[in-house]
Design a binder for this molecule. Structure first.
Ligand SMILES: [Zn+2]
Length: 259
């Protein structure tokens, strides 16, 4: 047990999660069990859990067919995006007015019709580039490992060893928190913005598109009640829009791009 606690302490030291700091000693001991599993969680296992989650999320969402104009637009836009870190990407459009998009550790990228309506092609590519950055830079995997330190529901998932089993409601809920509503650190968000910026430049696009997408999001956040609620999830996970605008604008200026 001493060794278990040591591992738990090491895991706690690695994490800056404020939730962890509030754990009482009993939870800490339990946390030791989670910690061991989180530290042992391989990339392949993370991908497997995430894939199961996305399969269920797709089944619960309205996925637009290949023949739909939104899907065709996304296919055209992402035709050169084969993968990140040698992992193939798969794109789907959700019919949903929310202004949102997310990329998962298994290479699944989901884009809502709401954000496709709000953005131009290049702006949308900037958003997708940012989300891909979270995957490429292993932010999504780190968040998952962190979540496994604290989530009893996910601890159950790890202990079954039955990776292809359907997720229970509580497991699905816990994974929604870590995948769909993921909150990354400020530095991770900056790294993902930089990744998106580099991606746009390499694709021959004008990176000012990224700044324009931030400005649109900012305008929506200050817009009507309906606009505010459409963009609420994206904003709660991506605060400090002005700082993001300033940072990417500065990079555009430094690299000599004209707005
Ligand atoms: Zn982000």
């Amino acid at each position: 047990m001493k060794r278990l606690i040591l591992i738990a302490a090491a895991a706690l030291a690695l994490s800056s999660c404020s939730v962890l700091q509030n754990l009482n000693s009993e939870r800490l001991l339990q946390g030791g069990v989670y910690a061991v599993q989180a530290l042992q969680l391989s990339d392949d296992e993370v991908v497997e859990y995430v894939r199961q989650y996305v399969t269920q999320l797709d089944a619960q969402s309205v996925v637009l067919p290949e023949t739909n104009a939104y899907t065709k637009r996304l296919r055209k836009l992402t035709s050169k995006l084969d993968g990140v870190n040698e992992m193939p990407l798969n794109f789907k459009v959700y019919k949903n007015n929310e202004i949102n998009a997310f990329a998962c550790a298994d290479g699944s990228v989901r884009v809502y019709t709401g954000i496709m309506d709000a953005m131009t092609d290049d702006e949308l590519l900037g958003v997708i580039g940012h989300e891909m950055g979270h995957v490429a830079l292993h932010h999504t995997r780190k968040q998952m490992q962190k979540q496994m330190l604290t989530s009893a529901a996910l601890q159950g998932l790890a202990s079954t060893g039955d990776k292809m089993a359907a997720l229970t409601d509580s497991q699905f809920g816990a994974l929604t928190e870590v995948i769909l509503n993921a909150k990354f650190s400020r530095s991770m968000e900056t790294e993902a913005d930089d990744y998106g910026y580099n991606y746009l430049c390499e694709a021959g696009k004008n990176p000012w598109a990224m700044v324009k997408s931030f400005e649109k999001m900012q305008a929506l956040e200050n817009g009507t009640q309906a606009q505010q609620s459409a963009v609420a999830n994206l904003f709660s996970s991506h605060p400090d829009t002005q700082a993001r605008i300033d940072h990417i604008s500065q990079r555009c200026l430094n690299d000599g791009y004209k707005r």
